[in-house]
Design a protein around this ligand. Sequence first.
Ligand code: BEZ
Length: 238
Amino acid sequence: MDITPTNPVYPMPTIGQPAPAFKAVTTQGPIDFPAQYQGSWVILFSHPADFTPVCTSEFMTFATLEGKFNEANCKLVGLSIDGLFSHIAWLRALKEKIDYKGMKNVEVKFPLIEDITMDVARKYGMIQTESATKAVRAVFVIDPKGIIRTIIYYPASLGRNFDELYRVVIALQTADAFQVATPADWRPGDDVIVPPAGSCGVAKERVESPKDMTCHDWYFCTKKLDKETVMKAILKKK
Ligand code: BEZ
């Protein structure tokens, strides 16, 4: 593929960097990303193509859960390398024709970016070896300062788990709000991990007489954090 000024090569995005900026057309009007989302968490996600079955199941699910994400101060933004009119026609078809797992008349209210030049998809590493003409299923969780906090890529055949994406958003917000880490399979209400001991004295104390925590070893201590406290902290930030 030629590398020309209109077809630049971008580095793969990484966790911790500012989300690559772009302006684009969407099904909800123009978007200036991530500038117009300052102060909100955002999930920017791509799908391979409009009018395809896995993508249809995903969009209906995500649209149904949008209110729950918004409650947690998280907005949704979709993208594929299809054009605007295809997007509009597909979203109309979802609402008017599809009845799937109890979801019907589903209106997708979040913006769906048209990216026929693939410029946004390339900036976000969404065009991968699987296909030169379709984006993979990428998920970028971006924080209120516009920093990429989580990246997940799935192949075309694998529909995403939206409970997991919600868990990711809540876990990241919990880590920020309480200065903790979240262990495997963590859900609100489960114990959280306190920062590791930073000195030999603290390490000794944690092993011999831990205070308000359970220590499995000097570097691995957990403490209680009840669900109500977590959800109150997150939902009040809306
Ligand atoms: C789908 O969403 O069903 C799909 C999209 C691209 C390739 C294969 C499946």
